[in-house]
Design a protein around this ligand. Structure first.
Ligand SMILES: Nc1ncnc2c1ncn2[C@@H]1O[C@H](COP(=O)(O)OP(=O)(O)O)[C@@H](O)[C@H]1O
Ligand SMILES: [Mg+2]
Length: 256
């Protein structure tokens, strides 16, 4: 069984950073193979993981949707559309030693996407069972999950910064998870970038007001800033870094 995890939260709270480090932690703990999916339209998980960005599923979808109306179809003669998607799907997968990565890319444009979405959904469904974990870096709207393009999620980690508004945004996403009836077994809140790793009582109050369950607090980490500024992939941060240690404690609590 593949255990699937998704990060969600307001932009800039650290979802992509924590998603990449989460994958790195699982890999180092020998828990691979892992399928990493970048489901944010503004995709940059590859930078945290230090891999090249591949062709996105959105690109493939665009190409196929165009082929419906274009005489110069990209689908070679003698190949069915299904075969072509399968072939393209392979080229969209970044393969590393213990994890693979897919990038969803832009989700909508003009034209009919139903067929291609159906094909992608089927492909992903078949594909993800090859992995022990599926880890998804999401946009706030959870669109790929709610539309069923990505498989159902077992655990959602809501990421917030240390602000009331960040916590409120997490609260809204938690509400949406209920409304959409996504049947997620566990939803936890992570507060990231806390000054000195401490939570202000006001923020705790807001967490309670939003009815969220806090699993851990990750400190503001200067080393993250330095690595980011130097263009170094964050997975190469030392294991002793504040952010990696904070995340390790959370993963321990999750018993993954
Ligand atoms: N614990 C942390 N300490 C310091 N900087 C952080 C921390 N977590 C994330 N950042 C920085 O915050 C910025 C936003 O992070 P990112 O992961 O891209 O957020 P999101 O994916 O939610 O938009 C990045 O510049 C990242 O390096
Ligand atoms: Mg991001």
């Amino acid at each position: 069984m593949t255990y699937s995890i998704a990060m969600a939260g307001k932009g800039g709270t650290g979802k992509t950073t924590l998603c990449g480090l989460f994958i790195n932690h699982l890999v180092n703990a020998g828990k691979g193979p892992i399928l990493a999916v970048d489901a944010d339209a503004n995709s940059n998980l590859n930078e945290v993981l230090g891999v090249e960005k591949p062709i996105t599923l959105g690109d493939i979808r665009e190409e196929l949707a165009r082929s419906e109306i274009d005489e110069n179809s990209p689908v070679p003669v003698g190949m069915t559309k299904q075969e072509y998607v399968n072939f393209k799907f392979g080229s969209a997968l970044v393969e590393e030693a213990h994890f693979d990565m897919l990038v969803m890319g832009r989700s909508q444009g003009k034209g009919c996407y139903c067929y291609v979405n159906d094909v992608l959904r089927e492909q992903l469904k078949k594909y993800y069972t090859n992995y022990n974990y599926l880890v998804v870096d999401n946009e706030a709207g959870l669109e790929h999950i709610s539309r069923g393009i990505l498989p159902p999620v077992d655990l959602i980690l809501l990421v917030s910064d240390c602000s009331r508004r960040g916590i409120q945004a997490a609260g809204r996403i938690a509400g949406m998870i209920k409304e959409l009836d996504l049947k997620v077994a566990q939803v936890w809140l992570i507060v990231n970038r806390a000054p000195a790793g401490k939570l202000d009582p006001g923020i705790r109050e807001e967490i309670e007001a939003q009815n969220l369950s806090l699993i851990g607090v990750i400190p503001q980490d200067e080393e993250v800033y330095q690595y980011d500024a130097a263009g170094k992939p964050l997975i190469s941060l030392p294991e002793t870094s504040l952010v990696k240690q904070g995340l390790a404690e959370i993963i321990k609590k999750l018993e993954l």
